[in-house]
Design a protein around this ligand. Structure first.
Ligand code: 5GP
Ligand code: MN
Length: 328
């Protein structure tokens, strides 16, 4: 379901392009959409970009990320709407369907396995490592050149969605695209410094408190880490500083599933789940309206931290007792 020729035709004939990323944006949705936005600007098109949530401070180094607005009105009247990295319209935000229904032509660019396809034109490839890979191939189809800024935006998308090239989506195709980005001037060390070596001390103070909550369950096969609202007050850290804490839960020997539970301001819990392969965590997340990938998924949980913890333990226990798994 990847009609590059149709997507390139629609974009070539458009005077204006609207880019849409998913809420709680990650570097793939931002970097991929920003790369296409920059390339379209260089091709003389009028460009607007929308994300329901502001680009987190630690991702504002991504070239083109400054183009995003949190006001959907910027999309009004654009010829083509390109929705990037959204597995379903609801990932745009509560008004996702409304935004799509007013657009002249919608292109759905995504790589999630559990996606609901939408839009007239689709570049949907669950086998692709990141939406950034699909955007790179679309730029080739368009014949638009990739400069250093575009290359670094796409590299950031791919580097993060492959877990720094740790996950099984690190395929030959993914590495070939990455090699081309390096040939276009991308500096991996600059991206790595921006992503992993530019944190505020508050982030590490929060990490310290979070790691102290580490709990092992199910005979050491499940690890849980929590962040409460009180921890933000104690450390001065913010929600953005919780990114990647879940990796510590999966990082223990013997752990099959790592879970991160974050208490939200509205009394719900944001769940992040990571698997080493024994469990498909996207299937667990879908049970409560979430989604993601077999080895990395997330969901919102309506209930308290304690209830979320119980839910995770019960559902991971049940999944571990079944044979189905994933290649993580
Ligand atoms: P994270 O745990 O880092 O928030 O997300 C891991 C993966 O799950 C990402 O691919 C992300 O897009 C997806 N994901 C996280 N939360 C949700 C959710 O509430 N709904 C859906 N459909 N996917 C989610
Ligand atoms: Mn992605």
């Amino acid at each position: 379901m990847a009609d590059y020729a149709a997507a390139a035709r629609a974009i070539t004939t458009a005077d204006s392009l609207g880019l849409v990323s998913h809420l709680n944006p990650d570097p793939d949705t931002i970097g991929s959409a920003a790369a296409l936005a920059l390339a379209a600007q260089r091709a003389g098109k009028r460009v607007a970009a929308y994300c329901r949530d502001a680009v987190p401070a630690n991702y504002r180094f991504i070239p083109g990320s400054g183009l995003f607005s949190t006001n959907p009105a910027v999309l009004e009247g654009v010829d083509v709407l390109v929705v990037v990295d959204c597995s379903e319209p609801g990932r745009i935000g509560p008004d996702g369907e409304a935004i799509l229904s007013t657009a002249a032509l919608v292109i759905d660019i995504d790589h999630h396995t559990d996606g609901v396809v939408f839009g007239k034109v689709r570049l949907v490839e669950p086998g692709a490592a990141a939406s950034g890979v699909l955007i790179h191939e679309l730029l080739n189809e368009l014949g638009w050149s990739v400069d250093r800024e575009i290359a670094e935006a796409l590299y950031t998308a791919i580097e993060t969605d492959t877990g720094s090239f740790h996950y099984p989506n690190t395929t030959p195709r993914c590495l070939r695209v990455t090699a081309e980005l390096l040939e276009r001037g991308c500096r991996p060390q600059k991206v790595a410094q921006a992503l992993y070596e530019s944190h505020r001390p508050e982030r590490f103070r929060l990490l310290g408190l979070a790691l102290n909550t580490l709990e092992l369950a199910l005979e050491g096969r499940l690890a849980l880490i929590q962040v409460t609202r009180a921890m933000y007050d104690r450390t001065g850290a913010s929600v953005e500083d919780t990114e990647d804490i879940v990796d510590y839960a999966r990082g223990l020997a013997g752990v099959e599933v790592g879970a991160f539970l974050r208490e939200e301001a509205d009394g719900t819990v944001k769940l992040s789940l990571r698997s080493k392969g024994a469990v498909r965590v996207d299937e667990l997340a879908r049970r409560i309206g979430g989604g993601g990938h077999p080895c990395a998924a997330g969901a919102g949980f309506s209930g308290s931290l304690g209830e979320a913890r119980e839910w995770v333990i019960a559902n991971v226990a049940q999944a571990l007792s079944e044979p189905a798994g994933a290649d993580c």
